[in-house]
Design a protein around this ligand. Sequence first.
Ligand code: NAD
Length: 482
Amino acid sequence: MHSTQSQLLINGEWRDATGGRTMPVINPATEETIAEVAAATRDDVEAVVAAARGALAGPWGTMPARERGRLLWKLGARLMERADEFARLETLHNGKPITESRQIEIPAAAECLQYYAGWADKVQGETVPVKGSQLVYTLREPLGVVAAIVPWNFPLLLATWKVAPALATGNTVILKPASQTPLTALALGALALEVGFPPGVLNVVTGAGATVGQALVEHPGIDKIAFTGDTSTGKGIMRSAADTLKHLTLELGGKSPNIVFADADLDAALRGATMGIFYGKGEVCAAGSRLLVDASIRDEFIEKVAARARKMVPGDPLDPKTRLGAISSKAQLERVLNYVEIAKREGAQLVAGGARADIGTGKGFFMQPTVFASVTPEMTIAREEIFGPVLATIEFGDVDEAIARANQSMYGLAAAVWTRDVRKAHYVASKLKAGTVWVNTYNVYDAAAPFGGYKQSGFGRELGEHALDYYTQTKTVWVELG
Ligand code: NAD
């Protein structure tokens, strides 16, 4: 066992779940239980909602915006001071390589907190010229209590994408991490207390989505659900949230096309194609899981991608040299392997990987990086999100066919285009139905750049100035001057 927070954080206090139930947290690289965290009940949800509502009426509600910003800045700074510890925790419960946790995810989480620290005192209303004799102005007010429900692939980063704009704009937050990966959310709650956030402003409750998550979605004391997760879960949340007419932002699944034209810098495109699918073990909502390749370079390019995949060997996530870690859970590994079987049955050609891997310990949920050739748009692996290191490669004949195939999906989270032709790059970017389009790069993010989905990848935007709109409501004040 590693010493870490394992209780619920409600109103600034650490508590066991009512009834004392816990749930195990498994290290997917060793299959060991590394912690037992509280499994919250509906009673705990009542208590946490009361705490978050109470905090709105407490010092937080009257705290100057600049002071809120200072607290968020401090939280980001403290997170970076403790980055090694947070990175280790993230890798232990998720299985991602320590290099990804330490170099990318934790710094990006800290940056997100500090980016929104800067916004706290810059969210302004306006004065509105009207035809009558009144002074009309608007106030941007917080929504109230926000429940942030996050998945297991980027546990801390996706939490900060919600917590930071919510707190910057004066809401209080109930953070519910995924059951598989609750440790860094709990550690973030502890840091928030340390830096001086008042009790009840950031609460963390752990437990099953179907009970705790569902109870949060149904609770009339919550004003907004900020959710990242599976599209089907998101649809259920939208239905349940209708009863209390909650504000919603949904960041859901994807099946993002990565389009390589023959005139691209093919070495760069090759790196982009492999990193686009194998970064984060492919457990990335925006993973470039459909590689669309110009027919004129198809065989050569796909063989190069497959050769790189064969060279990528999964390893111990805690080893700084490891570039491919463990799949997050046994269930997820089984799901990914099942897709490999479906792909083979449907006639796709396996050109790399395709099986469970062993790193020499006989333990852990490791998977070989997998590439399929001869995939057609109708096949299951071209349509459904696998959320693992499995690449479907599809050919296209010309620009119009590339665009049509790219858009042939119920999802629209991200897309990329690789070409040296500037006109083609912008033309294709304008035609793609996706919330993010990368040109000659993949998987880049910034706290300042909005991110979110088209179509069934969800709605609302996270990050950037855009996110502030989803955590505030506008009040129009009319003052009679006549
Ligand atoms: P999931 O939908 O199963 O779970 C996400 C969260 O929702 C967890 O905290 C879970 O406990 C909770 N939950 C489950 N059922 C619930 C319910 N009925 N009510 C309320 N909460 C509930 O998703 P997952 O398997 O953890 O994550 C993988 C999925 O997330 C993938 O499909 C991926 O594409 C998607 N994802 C999307 C983005 C994005 O930004 N669009 C980012 C990361 C992951």
